[in-house]
Ligand binder design. Structure first.
Ligand code: GTP
Ligand code: MG
Length: 215
């Protein structure tokens, strides 16, 4: 079997897995409340409002599974979702970075929670760092990436909201972001452009998640 066949088989497995049962497991307001590490975990990080929770809903094809909102700061805890019964993969929706309107101590608390989780979780297989296609990498994105580089935690960049810009502009931001990402030691070399609105890139992301979970 060649590489393309392998990829196709993995894609089909991912499609089946994500169209099966997905269950909300629990919400952890601090590290004390983390679930037992029973399944490989995949986390979604990125600045507030970038579309983490929406992406989780698109991946699992369930509209209201993770709560979304136009107001930054919707997700305030680490939310765990089991994919498969028994769980084959556990997805972690996290609070956002860089949300200027929230009380300072609250933002600080979320950031410590997210950083401590990402740096210290042994069953974490990969973090997806979400970047808004309209903006490309911003200082707050670089801050997350540097933190992960320093801790040698694998991550992969995902462009979100691809439906909001023209295909030519998307191709350009994809190229530029890939060039910047190549300078980061813990970053996966391949980027995925997505839209939770149109479903673009979602099948590819499901496959990348399964691949990371199996690694
Ligand atoms: N057009 C479009 N809108 C999107 C997409 N993804 C998210 N949105 C919108 O962007 C807003 C923020 O989405 P969320 O998924 O709540 O963002 P989040 O990163 O979870 O935000 P926090 O939990 O506050 O950190 C919502 O109004 C979504 O409907 C997308 O792919 N396309
Ligand atoms: Mg959210």
């Amino acid at each position: 079997m060649d590489e393309a066949d392998d990829r196709e088989e993995l894609t089909e497995r991912a499609r089946k897995l994500f169209s099966g049962p997905v269950d909300f497991l629990k919400s952890a307001p601090s590290l004390k409340f983390l679930p037992d590490p029973e399944a490989p975990e995949i986390a979604f990080a990125g600045r507030s409002n970038v579309g983490k929770s929406s992406l989780l809903n698109a991946l699992t094809n369930r509209k209201g599974l993770a709560r979304t909102s136009n107001t930054p700061g919707r997700t305030q805890e680490l939310n765990f979702f089991d994919v498969g019964r028994p769980p084959e993969i556990r997805l972690v929706d996290m609070p956002g970075y860089g949300f200027a309107e929230a009380p300072k101590d609250l933002v600080k608390r979320w950031r410590f929670l997210v950083n401590d989780f990402l740096r210290g979780r042994a069953v974490l297989r990969r973090s997806f760092v979400l970047v808004d296609s309209r903006h490309g990498l911003k200082p707050v994105d670089l801050e997350i990436m540097e933190m992960l580089d320093d801790a040698a935690v694998n991550y992969q960049l995902v462009l979100t909201k691809g439906d909001k810009i023209k295909p030519t502009a998307l191709a350009e931001v994809l190229k530029q972001t890939a060039e910047q990402s190549a300078k980061h030691p813990a970053a996966h070399p391949h980027l995925i452009a997505t839209s939770s609105e149109t479903g673009d890139g979602i099948a590819e992301l499901r496959t990348a998640i399964l691949e990371a979970a199996m690694s």
